[in-house]
Design a protein around this ligand. Structure first.
Ligand SMILES: CC(C)(COP(=O)(O)OP(=O)(O)OC[C@H]1O[C@@H](n2cnc3c(N)ncnc32)[C@H](O)[C@@H]1OP(=O)(O)O)[C@@H](O)C(=O)NCCC(=O)NCCS
Length: 401
């Protein structure tokens, strides 16, 4: 036992007067903090499952409503359940309160993840000024959040950048309408399917940083809207959701240098990555806390990248980038490397990549919130204080200069 604990860097400590404590590694690496039946790595450690189904299976075959229903309620919907669920999502997408649109009109051009956190807390004030944990009500709020978060992102971004926005259209499918509202143009059928598949791939992923954040907030019995706002804040970081934006900035830099030098992008990427690694820089879109060999979601995304604009060129760029990262660092790519290109091909503005991720992950966040609050225990770890002790308050005149 003690050998095993040492292997994962865990120790047991006695703090006199307080009790016995488990000391876990920084970043909670290799630490299982709770159980969930929503999503997670399968028992063989090869794949990630949503309620028992592999992410690839769903990414290739399920639409937005089916995957969201599965994650929220635990089973794929029957035809009747599907129709009812779809109707609700499409209804609520078109019912964003007018005063919320008004509040979005005053926002400056900042990162749109701010718009999401702001909009969601306004929604909370409108829909749930008093919060009660009641099972049926929780699912109603979940549907509103799933339906309306992408509308907030799209409207706020386009208002800030173009002074106008597209109203939601309840006749269109959720994925179609969201892509249309973001890009302000009519997408093709293939583009809608590619976008929808990426939403399914992003929908949930175990106890990732933003989901864990949502669960921590939920565990205080704060409301679902506040918990989602906290999830948005966590996802914004470049080590989490923000990686897809950073990866695309890298690709655009490579594209620019390649055209200046008159060499193909797929060749230049190799030299570019080697150079960055030599300077000890991180390459965004690579590495993962769980996947050390392969991120299974990339297999689905590549299918769509290849079919969209300049697909074969981007395919070669991606494969060469992966090859050199593996040769030098033995680090695999992650989904963000692929969605970066996919969203570029779809004409989505770069700052909207992480908001798109959030518009999908809101399904997972709200499902985890519900799972947490219905079987709650306050999440409150214990720190190991290593600062000074025994100091006494000094009046200002006695303090060091
Ligand atoms: C996701 C991530 C934070 C996971 O990190 P982690 O499990 O905590 O692993 P660490 O950050 O401790 O990295 C372990 C080693 O791999 C290296 N590494 C990890 N990701 C790397 C990357 N993207 N580029 C270069 N080196 C990387 C680290 O430098 C470190 O090397 P060292 O041991 O020589 O110092 C990390 O891989 C990363 O920063 N990736 C880039 C951001 C990204 O794409 N995020 C999206 C994840 S889905």
């Amino acid at each position: 036992m003690s050998e095993l604990l040492k292997k994962v860097n865990i120790s047991i400590e006695e703090i006199p007067g307080l009790g016995t404590f488990v000391v876990v590694p920084k970043g909670l690496e290799q630490v299982i903090v709770d159980t969930t039946s929503i999503s997670g790595v399968d028992p063989k450690g090869e794949n990630t499952l949503y309620r028992g189904y592999t992410i690839e299976d769903l990414g290739m075959n399920a639409d937005f409503y089916e995957a969201a229903y599965l994650i929220s309620y635990g089973a794929l919907p029957t035809e009747e359940e599907y129709k009812e669920y779809r109707k609700k999502i499409d209804y609520w997408r078109t019912r964003v309160p007018e005063k919320l649109f008004d509040a979005l009109k005053i926002l400056p051009q900042t990162h749109p993840m701010y718009y999401g956190a702001y909009g969601v807390t306004l929604l909370g004030q409108i829909y749930a000024p008093e919060w009660r944990i009641d099972k049926d009500t929780l699912y109603d709020h979940q549907i509103r959040l799933i339906a309306q978060l992408p509308v907030i992102f799209a409207a706020a971004y386009n208002l800030a950048h173009h002074g106008t926005y597209l109203r939601p259209d309840g006749e269109l499918s959720h994925a179609h309408d969201v892509l249309r509202m973001i890009t302000m143009r009519e997408p093709s059928e293939l583009e809608v399917r590619a976008f929808e598949s990426s939403l399914v791939l992003y929908m949930d992923h175990g106890f990732n940083a933003s989901t864990f954040t949502v669960r921590v907030v939920g565990s205080t019995l704060s409301d679902m809207y506040s918990a989602v706002a906290a999830g948005i804040a966590a996802l914004k970081g470049p080590l989490h959701g923000g990686a897809n934006e950073e990866a695309m900035k890298m690709f655009l830099e490579v594209k620019k240098i390649a055209s200046e030098k008159g060499v193909p992008m797929e060749e230049l990427i190799v030299e570019y990555i080697k150079d960055k690694l030599a300077k000890k820089e991180r390459i965004m879109g690579f590495g993962h806390r769980i996947y050390k060999i392969k991120d299974p979601r990339t297999d689905v995304a590549i299918e769509f990248v290849r079919k969209l604009k300049d697909g074969e060129t981007w395919y070669k760029v991606l494969k060469n980038a992966e090859r050199v990262m593996w040769e030098v660092k033995k680090i695999p790519s992650n989904i963000d490397l692929y969605t970066a290109i996919l969203y570029y091909q779809l004409g989505i503005p770069i700052p909207m990549y992480t908001p798109v991720f959030a518009s999908s992950r809101v399904v997972g966040w709200t499902s985890h919130y519900i799972e947490q609050v219905l079987n709650n225990k306050l999440i409150r770890p214990v720190e190991k204080y290593i600062g000074p002790s025994g100091l006494k308050y000094q009046p200002m005149s006695h303090r060091r200069k």
